[in-house]
Design a protein around this ligand. Structure first.
Ligand SMILES: [Zn+2]
Length: 453
């Protein structure tokens, strides 16, 4: 993750170094010698929270601080510090050492995260020992005005069905893409549309195998270039795909003798994320319900960073919903059965509970058919509370949709969601394609409460 950022910064001439588990000892020594020289050439050093736990690194950092060479500590993915965060890592909590020990003069601390709910934000502030009076808080809204949010409800799979659930989704997605292509051609003409660079999209899947299978299926379509991306790729493939993806016009020639594609799609597990910049992603699809609401907000938010219209789709049915709920239940069971210090296990269990709560929000997001999705995301994420805590909204790059004073009943999102487009009855009818949704939903919630009581 950090490696992508380090490479990108080095490429534009920023004197940046990194020490991580794969840094050779000799290189480590060179970097530390430079850091301790009193006038280091390195201006930015990337390290892991695990390294910050070691006595030798802490000792060295204190020396750099005493030499007046440490101006700021930035903690990326700061939500990992909180047991209520969806990616809790115990080593992050030890970062409280910075505030306690680098206090004369106090070193500036910046904490960054794309997924801090109000509870997680409070935890970050408390655990790092940040001074509320001196603190500056910034946040951008969780739901973005230029993204059209939509849930695609799927029928549950029955063994008698002659079409697999995967096929249903593939057909639905192809139809959706085809409609986009037709609309574009109607708007600007077929010839002009063919000259355009392909539209980029990301499909998030749960498993590596799914990402491989789906990518090759989609790639066989004439209008689509698709590649799989997951943590199991070798570094060369990873680099190649990243380079292709971040360049402005991927696949100009079309691969395998195909004509230039209309769509360039990455089918990714959630290993695909930070440090890979493409501001022109037009759609993000969740092939199955996301496992956490924060993850959903972050991943769907990779669409439309250029401020232009983009879309977020989630494929959903009650079978997939319950399958993920079961897996989260098993994870919690595994944590309970593992050994270790009581407080440590208690922390992990709290985190499992937070994961379940976060997943319940995903379920609420997907099953609610009575509210604008933009409003729903902001409610579930706690945007209002975050504003209450005091935040300066940076001038948004994504534009703001203002309510129309002459028409107060107009859509809160300017018709950028399925609820506002289809209305409650249209949406409820679509959701009705799933079987007995409410009964199962109630069952699952009961089961969750039982497991944590
Ligand atoms: Zn809406």
């Amino acid at each position: 993750m950090g490696t992508d950022q380090v490479n990108a910064l080095q490429a534009i001439g920023v004197p940046v170094q990194t020490i991580n588990s794969s840094t050779p000892l000799a290189e480590r020594r060179l970097i530390m010698t430079d850091m301790l020289s009193g006038h280091p050439r390195t201006r930015l050093l990337y390290v892991t929270p695990e390294l910050c736990q070691t006595d030798s690194f802490r000792r060295n950092l204190s020396i750099v601080h005493r030499q007046g060479q440490l101006t700021r500590i930035a903690i990326d993915e700061a939500h990992c510090i909180s047991e209520w965060g969806h990616d809790f890592r115990p080593a992050y909590q030890e970062l409280s050492w910075f505030r306690k020990n680098l206090d004369d003069p106090p070193v500036a601390i910046t904490a960054l995260t794309a997924t801090a709910t109000p509870r997680v934000r409070s935890d970050i502030i408390t655990i790092l020992g940040l001074n509320f009076a001196k603190l500056k808080l910034f946040n951008t809204p969780s739901a973005r005005p230029n993204i059209h949010y939509e849930v695609r409800y799927l029928p549950n799979y029955d063994e008698d069905d002659d079409i697999s659930p995967e096929d249903v989704r593939v057909q639905d997605l192809l139809a959706w893409l085809k409609a986009i292509k037709s609309r574009q051609e109607a708007r600007i003409g077929a010839h002009a549309a063919a000259q355009r660079p392909p539209m980029s999209g990301i499909i998030y899947v749960g498993l590596r195998a799914t990402s491989e299978d789906l990518a090759s299926r989609l790639d066989s379509d004439e209008t689509i270039s698709a590649v799989a991306y997951h943590a199991g790729l070798n570094p060369q493939d990873r680099t190649r795909i990243q380079a292709m993806w971040t360049s402005a016009q991927p696949y100009q020639q079309g691969s395998n003798g195909k004509p230039p594609p209309t769509f360039s799609i990455i089918v990714a597990t959630n290993a695909f994320g930070m440090g890979i910049d493409n501001s022109q992603v037009r759609f993000v699809v969740h092939w199955t319900p996301p496992r956490s609401f924060e993850g959903f907000v972050q991943e769907s938010g990779r669409a439309g960073r250029d401020g232009k219209a983009a879309a977020s789709l989630v494929y959903y049915n009650t079978q997939e919903r319950d399958r993920i709920a079961d897996r989260l239940g098993r994870d919690a069971e595994n944590v309970r059965n593992r050994g270790g210090p009581k407080a440590f296990v208690a922390g992990l269990l709290k985190n499992q509970m937070a994961r379940r709560e976060s997943y319940q929000k995903v379920v609420r997001y997907c099953e609610t058919v009575t509210k604008c999705r933009h409003a729903l995301i902001k409610d579930l994420f706690g945007d209002y509370e975050l504003e209450e805590m005091g935040s300066q909204q940076p001038q948004s790059a994504y534009g703001v949709v203002k309510p129309d004073p002459l028409n107060p009943s107009a859509s809160p999102c300017d018709y950028a969601c399925d609820f506002c487009k289809e209305g409650p009855s249209g949406l409820a009818k679509r959701r009705g394609r799933m079987d007995a949704a409410d009964a199962l939903y109630g069952f699952m919630m009961e089961q969750m409460n039982y497991e944590y009581s």
